[in-house]
Design a protein around this ligand. Structure first.
Ligand code: SF4
Length: 152
């Protein structure tokens, strides 16, 4: 009889059987989600789907297709995903998040952020880099919008 190697990931069929036999465990996405959608890209079953509807954007789950493998949980950079027991296995899409995007004050692109965030993650990263360069004395001679914004 084959033994289970803890280092080796379980196959799809085993995961589906385990999910059918015991309590089904499927992802739940908490408020820390910033809609990067890495989970949508990495889900090996295509069970997670990104959607945009009536000005809101988010991620939905097709319960039937989820094997409970936990790849999405491991991939989330915000640690927003947990697995929770959910008995039904419907083919309908279950919305897990529904964000109302805001407009970045720097690049004017829509983004999803916490209540305190004014800039999208890319612009926030640029601003942090600029601050770090200025603190180390190697900031560019031409002041950027970030520099002007911080002085006013
Ligand atoms: S637990 Fe696995 S199958 Fe289910 S949504 Fe996450 S990555 Fe996809």
């Amino acid at each position: 009889m084959p033994t289970l190697d803890p280092q080796r990931p379980l196959g799809r069929r085993t995961l589906l059987q385990r999910n059918k036999a015991g309590p089904r465990r499927v992802p739940r996405i908490g408020p820390a989600c910033r809609d990067h959608r890495i989970c949508v890209v990495l889900c090996p079953e295509g069970a997670l789907v990104g959607f945009e509807l009536e000005g809101r954007r988010g991620v939905a789950l097709r319960l039937r297709d989820c094997t409970g493998c936990g790849h999405c949980l491991a991939a989330c950079p915000e640690h927003a995903i947990t697995l929770e027991a959910r008995p039904e296995a419907s083919a309908a899409l279950l919305p897990l998040t529904a964000h109302e995007p805001r407009i970045c004050e720097h690049c004017f692109e829509p983004f999803v952020g916490g209540p305190e965030a004014l800039r999208c993650p890319a612009c926030e990263k640029d601003a942090n880099l600029f601050r770090a360069r200025r603190a180390s004395g190697s900031a560019p001679l031409v002041r950027s919008d970030f520099d002007q914004g911080e002085r006013t």
